[in-house]
Design a protein. Sequence first.
Length: 565
Amino acid sequence: MELKMFILVLGLLVGSLMPLGGASGSPGSGTGQDECKKNNGDEKNGNKTTKKSFPVLSLNYENVRLPFEISLWVLLASLMKLGFHLMPRLSSIVPESCLLIVVGLLVGGLIKLVGKAPPVLESNIFFFYLLPPIILDAGYFLPIRQFTENLGTILMFAVVGTLWNAFFVGGLLYGVCQLEGTNLAGVNLLSCLLFGSVISAVDPVAVLAVFEEIHINELLHILVFGESLLNDAVTVVLYHLFEEFTNAGTITVTDGFLGIVCFLVVSLGGIVVGAIYGILAAFTSRFTSHTRVIEPLFIFVYSYMAYLSAEVFHLSGIMALIACGAVMRPYVEANISHKSHTTIKYFLKMWSSVSDTLIFIFLGVSTVAGPHEWNWIFVVATLVFCLVARVLGVIGLTFVINKFRIVKLTSKDQFIIAYGGLRGAIAFSLVYLLNPKHFPMRNMFLTAIITVIFFTVFVQGMTIRPLVDLLAVKKKQETKRSINEEIHTQFLDHLLTGIEDICGHYGHHHWKDKLNRFNKKYVKKCLIAGERSKEPQLIAFYHKMEMKQAIELVESVFPTTLDLF
């Protein structure tokens, strides 16, 4: 009752601060009275008005056009995804992303044959509505242990590898543009470097779509997927840097130094923003024990606010989402109910799956609708340079990385990492944002990027599964961790920490132990409600396993019982 009274008072206060309506023709705004007065005046003047018959059935499509068409697109995408998985022979040969792009090409072609302009994948729609759920799903369920253990390798591929690819591709493309007979003399160095920075970034959407289907082992999956997530910061900085340089026309040493500072601000700033919102989400979940129904809403809203807040300051929204999901998950899951946890899990999976499907369909539609400017030399050179830069970058960086890794990356691993560098809609959307006044070759860039996307998704995406089988690359093992494995894992962590302390070498095990102690002593008490804040990690893992086994038992014995809740 007190909560209802509080909400009522809050609504009255908000309503009193908002401007009064009534002048826009809404119901009760007086337009009906004016119409009655007009009719009465006509009657007094002797004018006869014809009475219209009561409309039994009327058509007003424009009133519902936008939500109706959005629903149709979502329905089409879901039906295509459903039909794809009903054909196991086709799904074992062709990746889902390839089929969805083909569907987009067919739909775009049909719309164009009818005589209407097919819709284009607008950059704002992609970055604000389609990309966030995919990244949030990846960040919330990110395997933290594997990610942190391979963080150095991931950063090498994401930062150094992306810089190498950007300058290698951009520099060679500028050299090609200077050749006689190419008709590309108008393309300057900064435009080529900007294009190289965009086309060099591995796309997380494309990587997720392909790698989850082939069930590659955890190490290769986290290396390629982690690279695709973290190289967003490098791509965003280089993109804005070269865009500003192109608009200004001059480059100084100070600009180059500020570019390095900008990279640190964009990447670290995105992480800080995401971590702040993650902590706020965890703290809010402490007080939701009496209102369980809105627990999932807080998770989604805080995450989306983290993404938007990062984008306000041109920080990395992807980094913010990853940090927000990774920070809040252990504390949120300790506070919310199991039903809320299930809702978050399946809603995120559903939301990201629909967004992923729509992205690939719209890529096909945009290929038919978008303005193209074909140049054989530029397109072929872009494709060849991207492949060569990727291979050389992976081989060179792996040579350095293996000197510091305990588990070395084999030649097979290097091949899969290089071959899995897929490009996707992020590159297309970034180039679509370019101003044609400052970048007159924008349409040619779009055509080259679509060609590279199609090659990586169709050729590399369709052949990576048979190549994994041919090379006998280790695949993901669907095994559940037992309580015995958890005990031995924690024992080894404490043992390695003790060895580092005895040797006086403060490695990542030492700092991980310090972080865990600080988390247990201070953070958990503030962010986790009740006695669970004092619960040892092993006991918490046991309770989680016990709950999973109970749910699996109920589902196996009574498969329809859980549908009642």
